[in-house]
Design a protein around this ligand. Structure first.
Ligand SMILES: [Mg+2]
Length: 499
């Protein structure tokens, strides 16, 4: 066909409207003059459009930060793999970074993005070429892993967790994060893509909440746990509303005299459908469900009532990081103090390092406001987190509370005693009062006296008790006698040189 015939047939095919024809004629005449056929012109145009479409489609399927596939592409790949009719087991691995938000908040989004790229690179290196890897949310990654007997998926999960745990160097910052991994296994062609991803997500949450494992493989009990958590949420809401929770009070005494100097209010939920639930389980549940603010407010109210009943014994209240960071926390405390008529110096707010890590400046300002009011601020569980000396130097605490885990080896291992001595001395050098908790026997109590620890708390001194029992404790306080009696068994302190 000649070029003119092509031109005529194309116009006929396109049924161009009258005014377009002259324009097309001019363009085509120019093209023909340069020896380009109209068909090739059209073909080229179509090819260009095809490439652009492919590029657009690729962009729609790619995560802009890491260059990995995104959630849409991941779901499509998983559906295709499951529908293709092949057989065999397939696993979906769901990974969520721990502490990613802290990195973003403290070091900025540029470092956060650098971290995501770094994680993507490490994950890519660990997975075989054909396995799909995607970033499917903020700090969430997912992979489709074909199960191979020579490569158990548990081993892969452990290797991935370890790889992410290795520090990253991003823009001169050494960044430490962790990972929680959930795995769901399915059979081709019976499993559904959505269901597998949902199960892997549930398993990941289970790993995140577990204190022992950083990866979990999905099983049906986990779905039941999710149902339980949501029913507990409703139950907790009712318990807060109906005043079904309780506080118990654990005495804190002067290490020299045994006199009661304050108490720590500890939350109890005596009659939940799951039996008595410890604060260690209850607080994360309330934090996750957003009930922590209501719960924290309830605890403060109850504790302030108790101060009045106890006739001016100071009460220490544990405040969760989320509650402490809530904007207006200092105002809430101030309003509650005013409403209760309790003097601010009778309230002690115990916070852990978790409060400080991601929002240091805000924490600093809240601590300052509380102290200006006269409220005492305690750094709790010292020694379990980062134990950063800069926190101690830059923030104005009144008390330092040494975590009970230090007590275990005290008196048994010389190093433990040396560490305890150093922490107490460190607290004193920063003009902080030092409290040791978790004291379970007279040996530990006497050793801490010798190490000049200011205050003692633990079952040896007194278990957490209801308010009524605390009145009795004050009346017949036998701790005074326990702590002051001279003992032939006074422990010998290891000398500093003995390490
Ligand atoms: Mg505490």
């Amino acid at each position: 066909m000649t070029s003119l015939q092509s031109f005529a047939s194309l116009l006929a095919e396109l049924r161009v409207i009258d005014w377009v024809a002259p324009v097309v004629c001019v363009i085509c005449a120019a093209a023909l003059a340069r020896g380009i056929t109209l068909r090739s012109l059209v073909d080229r145009k179509l090819a260009e459009m095809g490439e652009r479409e492919l590029e657009l489609e690729k962009a729609a399927m790619t995560d802009a930060v890491t260059g990995l596939k995104n959630r849409i592409a991941f779901s499509r790949d998983l559906e295709t793999l499951l529908d293709r009719g092949g057989q065999g087991e397939v696993a979906v691995l769901f990974l969520d970074l721990d502490r990613f938000k802290e990195v973003n908040d403290t070091l900025g989004h540029k470092v956060g993005d650098g971290l995501l790229k770094g994680v993507a690179t490490r994950l890519r290196e660990m997975l075989p070429e054909g396995d799909t890897l995607a970033r499917i949310g903020g700090d969430e990654f997912a992979a489709i892993v074909r199960i191979d007997p020579t490569r158990p998926v548990d081993d892969l999960a452990i290797a991935i967790v370890e790889a992410v745990y290795e520090p990253f160097l991003i823009d001169d910052h050494v960044v430490h994060v962790g990972a929680s991994v959930g795995i769901a296994k399915g059979m081709r062609p019976t499993s559904s893509a959505d269901e597998l991803l949902r199960q892997a997500d549930i398993a990941m949450y289970d790993a995140k909440f577990s204190k022992t494992d950083s990866f979990r493989i999905f099983d049906e009990r986990m779905s039941n746990m999710i149902a339980l958590r949501s029913s507990m949420r409703l139950e907790l809401e009712r318990a807060i509303r109906n005043d079904e929770l309780a506080l118990k009070y654990q005495p804190i005494v002067d290490s020299r005299t045994g006199e009661l100097t304050s108490v720590e209010a500890l939350l109890r939920w005596p009659n939940s459908s799951q039996g008595e639930i410890s604060p260690g389980d209850l607080i994360p549940l309330a934090e996750e469900s957003g009930q922590i603010l209501a719960l924290g407010g309830w605890i403060l109210d109850k504790a302030l009532l108790a101060v009045r009943e106890l006739k001016n014994v100071p009460i220490a209240v544990n405040v969760s990081p989320i509650q402490f960071r809530h904007h207006g926390f200092a105002t809430i405390v101030s309003d509650k103090l005013l409403a209760s008529g309790v003097s601010p110096d009778l309230l002690r707010i115990e916070i852990t390092e978790g409060v400080l890590i991601s929002h240091l400046d805000a924490a600093k300002s809240t601590i300052r406001q509380l102290r200006q009011m006269g409220v005492v601020v305690v750094l709790d569980d010292f020694g379990t987190g980062y134990s950063s000396l800069s926190y101690l130097q830059n923030l104005d605490f009144d008390y330092l509370k040494i975590d009970k885990s230090f007590m275990k080896d005290l008196g048994r291992r010389q190093l433990a005693t040396q560490i305890m001595r150093s922490v107490i001395d460190l607290g004193h050098s920063l003009e902080l009062k030092v409290v040791a908790e978790g004291i379970e026997n007279d040996w530990q109590a006497r050793l801490l006296q010798l190490l000049n620890c200011d205050y003692l708390q633990g079952y040896y001194i007194g278990a957490p008790m209801p308010l009524e029992d605390l009145h009795k404790f004050r009346l017949n306080n036998d701790v005074r006698e326990k702590l002051t009696r001279a003992s032939a068994e006074t422990p010998e302190l290891p000398s500093a040189a003995n390490g």
